[in-house]
Design a protein around this ligand. Structure first.
Ligand code: AMP
Length: 511
């Protein structure tokens, strides 16, 4: 085994897992104690002040919902004012507050945490498990993120790694990683592959879809799209709403304000949903869910059929297929051009998801990748290709998921890189001073597909200083936008007349 291994980490919304290419060239998922491969992406502090991560945190979630953080991946790198944060505040029971950098902070057991700190703890747990398993300290990792992550979210994952001295050597997109697991079926055999694949990734919290052309060991993303608010949790919530309404109709009692009852319903809803993937009908019984005013115990006694679940959740699957259609248009391809549809994420086990994709593409999805493992395996393969002594050469050609651009007068969004622009990528803009003796120039940069900046996420306020003092319009400033292979933006500016670089500072201020 290499002294300094680079592991692949799938940092998931609900579960995380890690993998490595071992000395014999086999890709292995790193087992957690008891042989499980995934660790819940949950952090908690118990009433004695102990920090709990993973299974331990999940186990006590029911009893300690205010100090148990889940779904943190949806909040990382987001502005407090964004719609996403607003939605999360309504769903979760832990307190979400505004931080000082237009970010989000959480109060867990009266202690303040940034989202980077929470993610760092989960990454650290995965790293510890990997270090124990490999018997060498792990300091480097390739970490996957949803293709739909913005620049700021990607940067935040890198920052989380820094907090625990874990070098995130490369961020790669989850669907791209899954396509690696499919395309590199064997390290030994150098089989010729020339296929266009769709990766349909419906996990616990997010939906991602990418179209990727594989030419041997070149993986070129043609287009990508997604919805960071669409996943298995929404399927569970649709069932929970149904159960609550049924109970209200039968007993006139609203259970939604009772956290312990809600937790029990939530747990059973998810289990029932999963059972309905292999059975047509499943009972839904919870004894003593609450009491009447007279002290009589009340039970939930219902059943769910697969058909019922399908009806309740059809709108979510419709939304995913609309996104698949958009991504096909963006890539200039039709369903006939697609050789394989790869399923990733636990929610794709639901039979109707597979049936609807079969109808949409005119052929059943591939069985070529494991829905829970493909992302971590792809990350490990890519990590292996970055090792000094590797014989695996992979070329990833990815894209940015949403346009990057700047604010124009009146709040309009001026696109610099359109959605699906290939990365790495660089663009230059020429600006001039607008008043006499101007020495600084500021620009607000956003990412999103909205026509107005108010609909998009603020990436930062870039300030260029040290401009030569002169009359208005006499000095030019050449601004370079650089998006690296990870989808992370940096900017610089220079005076084209003198060639002198200006000083650039970035602030992520209140928008
Ligand atoms: P992931 O984020 O990929 O781990 O996906 C987790 C989601 O998949 C959760 O919402 C699970 O409830 C869901 N899931 C896991 N197994 C199944 C199954 N057999 N049928 C339906 N949903 C499932």
């Amino acid at each position: 085994m290499n002294k300094e291994p680079i592991i692949g980490i799938d940092l998931g919304t609900t579960n995380s897992c890690a993998a490595i290419v071992e000395g014999d060239g086999q890709v292995k998922l790193i087992p957690y104690k008891g042989g499980e491969y995934t660790i819940p992406s949950i952090f908690a502090i118990d009433d004695k002040g102990n920090e709990l991560i993973g299974h331990e945190a999940k186990r006590q979630w029911q009893l300690n919902p205010r100090n148990t953080v889940y779904g943190a991946k949806r909040l990382i790198g987001r502005s407090y004012k964004s719609d996403v944060v607003e939605t999360m505040r309504k769903i979760v029971q832990y307190p979400i507050r505004a931080g000082s950098k237009n970010d989000v902070v959480l109060d867990v057991a009266k202690k303040e945490f940034t989202l980077q700190e929470i993610s760092a703890r989960i990454l650290n747990k995965i790293r510890d498990v990997a270090s124990n398993y490999l018997r060498v300290p792990v300091r480097r990792a390739v970490v996957t993120v949803p293709a739909y992550f913005t620049d700021r979210q990607r940067q935040s994952v890198k920052d989380a790694g820094k907090l625990i001295d874990l070098e995130v050597v490369r961020i790669i997109n989850e669907p791209t990683a899954a396509s690696l697991a499919y395309g590199i079926r064997s390290l030994a055999e150098n089989a010729h592959v020339h296929e266009k694949v769709v990766v349909y990734d419906l996990g616990g919290g997010t939906f991602d879809v990418s179209i990727i052309e594989i030419r041997d060991r070149v993986f070129e993303v043609k287009a990508t799209g997604g919805d960071i608010f669409l996943g298995g949790i929404d399927f569970d919530n649709a069932m929970i709403r149904y159960v609550l309404e049924d109970f209200r109709a039968k007993h006139g009692v609203d259970l939604s304000t009772d956290p312990v009852a809600m937790q029990r319903i939530k747990d059973l809803a998810e289990r029932t949903k999963i059972d309905l993937s292999s059975r047509e009908e499943v009972p839904f019984n919870i004894p003593f869910i609450t009491m009447t005013a007279q002290g009589q115990p009340l039970n939930i006694e219902m059943k769910f059929t697969r058909k019922q679940l399908e009806q309740l959740t059809a709108p979510f699957i419709d939304r995913t297929l609309q996104m698949v259609a958009r991504v096909l248009v963006d890539s200039g391809l039709s369903t006939r051009d697609i050789d394989e549809v790869l399923l990733v994420g636990g929610q794709t086990r639901m039979p109707v998801v597979q049936e609807r994709l079969t109808k949409f593409f005119g052929k059943p999805p591939s069985k070529g990748v494991h829905p829970d493992e493909a992302v971590a395996i792809g990350a490990a393969l890519y990590a292996h290709s970055l090792q000094d002594d590797t014989n695996l050469r992979i070329q990833l050609l990815d894209v940015i998921p949403m346009a990057i651009g700047l604010e124009k007068a009146g709040g309009a969004f001026h696109v610099v890189f359109p959605r699906n622009a290939p990365i790495p990528n660089a663009k230059q803009l020429l600006g001039t001073t607008s008043f006499d003796n101007q020495t600084e120039l500021s620009m607000r940069i956003y990412q999103g597909d909205g026509e107005y900046v108010s609909q998009n996420e603020l990436l930062g306020d870039f300030n260029f200083s040290g401009i030569r003092p002169d009359r208005a319009g006499q000095v030019q400033v050449e601004i370079t936008f650089d998006v690296n292979v990870e989808g992370i933006l940096t900017m610089r500016a220079r005076d084209p007349q003198t060639g002198r670089e200006m000083k650039t500072t970035v602030r992520v201020t209140q928008s």
